[in-house]
Write a protein that binds this ligand. Structure first.
Ligand code: FEO
Length: 163
């Protein structure tokens, strides 16, 4: 694998681990707030992010490349209301999509077809994640200050399968 592509994929592994940390921190916050459905949803999302990191890690190993693991930044420790947290999650996913697209273009410039093919899975996954989190943001906006609607959504989201 081209050195610059290796560096960029390695960086993306770090991004995915950070996303896992980010969602885990939010999950713990929801747990403390007794919003257990949101907590469970965020925990499942964190597990997905760790699986994304491992998918890229395995891909690099299969290519005989070197995943250059760096330190993972700490997630936020201050938390606003549920709407602002899901808005932050959506913002985060949009940024991840942008990074994946950038990486896809870099792999294309280096004629690295295998990496492009691997990244196509991530491009599709990002469309799904943005749409899923965007729907939660819409519903939280509709719920507004209505506590009953918030609790109903919390219950509904708790039905998500883990990982
Ligand atoms: Fe790994 Fe949320 O995308």
């Amino acid at each position: 694998m081209d050195e610059s592509v290796q560096r960029a994929v390695s960086k993306q592994i770090g991004q995915e681990f950070f996303a896992g940390y980010f969602y885990l921190a939010i999950s713990a916050h929801f747990e403390r707030e007794s919003l257990l459905g949101f907590a469970r949803w965020m925990r499942a999302q964190a597990q997905e992010e760790l699986a994304h990191a491992m998918k890229l890690f395995d891909f690099m190993n299969h290519r005989g490349a070197n995943p250059q693991l760096k330190s993972v930044p700490a997630p936020p420790s201050e938390f606003g209301p549920p709407l602002s947290l899901f808005e932050a999650a959506l913002e985060h996913e949009r940024e991840v999509s942008r990074l994946i697209h950038e990486l896809y273009d870099l792999a294309g410039n280096k004629h690295d077809h295998a990496t492009q093919l691997e990244l196509q899975w991530f491009i599709t996954e990002q469309v799904e994640e943005e749409s899923m989190i965007g729907a939660v943001v819409d519903q939280l906006r509709m719920a507004g200050d209505n506590k009953a609607a918030l609790l109903m959504l919390n219950r509904e989201m708790g039905a998500r399968d883990s990982g």
